[in-house]
Design a protein. Structure first.
Length: 301
């Protein structure tokens, strides 16, 4: 998907309705969703090969151009006839989001497209060191696609990092780590997460259901909780110094997790690095990525 930003200022309220009038001063576009994961991987020195759909529209061409300008190959993108490219447009004035509007088609896709995506994904695993499943529930990911890709990644012993949505929770298997946020963990477990003990209990419930070795619950300003299938949980406090915008922070987390695991890091070390990276990116306005230099600057501080 693509993230579009209209940046401006507000000096008056509309005479037509009690809403601010934003005078637009500039417009930017960046990779969003799984594209932002790929962007983070590249800015940290890795190589990413995205697999996904692009719409048959001008925005689809712009999306492909954004990938190419970032040095990210587009041979894994499949153009879906008659489908619009997902675009999230945010209006920002004085460093504050005023409104966001989305243009998307999140319905199911043709089985032939799913089969094509599966073939491209399996081919992309050749030479890969990790796999990221970034689910934004826009219709591309299906049980059938996961059933093709995940066993193949497991056969190759690749670490698999999943940023999930509830609809497909039973189908994320086999994987290495799943990274729900607090709201998703609460909904999936059917529990109210009011205390740290509640979060721990919900994590244990989900681990038993998902049959994966690790669960990482991201908790915003409360940091993260890493719940292993074996052993004690590890609480990771937030490292953000100042929060401007949480857009894309989850993308940064899974990107750094995958890179660290691909490089041979143990899971607690990978989580610590992803927490540091998230602390950097929420200090930026708009969909953002973190660089190696920025991450190194906060390691050990």
């Amino acid at each position: 998907m693509m993230d579009r930003f209209l940046w401006g200022s507000v000096t008056r309220i509309s005479p037509e309705a009690p809403v601010p009038v934003v005078r637009v001063e500039r417009e930017t576009a960046s990779l969003g969703g799984a594209g932002n994961v790929a962007q983070n991987i590249v800015t940290l020195g890795g190589a990413a090969r995205p697999i996904g759909l692009q719409g048959e529209d001008a925005e689809g061409g712009q999306l492909a151009a954004l990938f190419q300008s970032a040095g990210i190959p587009i041979d894994g993108l499949v153009r879906a006839s008659g489908r619009v490219t997902t675009v999230k447009t945010r209006i920002v004035a004085h460093h504050q989001h005023v409104v966001r509007f989305d243009r998307e088609d999140d319905g199911g896709i043709d089985p032939a497209l799913t089969a094509g995506l599966g073939r491209r994904a399996v081919a992309a695993l050749d030479g890969a060191d990790a796999l990221v499943i970034s689910d934004y529930e826009k219709g591309t990911l299906t049980p059938e696609l996961l059933a093709v890709v995940l066993p193949e990644a497991a056969r190759r012993r690749l670490p698999v990092v999943v940023d999930p949505k509830l609809r497909l929770l039973p189908h994320y298997h086999p994987v290495t780590v799943i990274t729900p946020n607090s709201r998703e963990a609460a909904e999936a477990s059917g529990m109210s997460l009011k205390t740290d003990a509640d979060v721990e209990a919900a994590g244990r419930v989900l681990l038993a259901r998902l049959r994966c070795p690790w669960l990482l619950i991201t908790r915003g300003e409360r940091g993260m909780l890493l719940v292993p299938a074996q052993g004690a949980s590890i609480a990771v406090p937030t490292r953000a110094r100042e929060v401007f915008d949480v857009s894309g922070a989850g993308d940064t987390v899974v990107a750094v997790l995958a890179l660290a695991l691909a490089s041979g890091a143990e899971m607690p070390e990978a989580v610590a690095l992803s927490n540091l990276a998230a602390g950097v990116v929420v200090g930026k306005l708009g969909t953002a990525s973190v660089t190696r230099e920025e991450l190194l600057a906060v390691v050990g501080t």
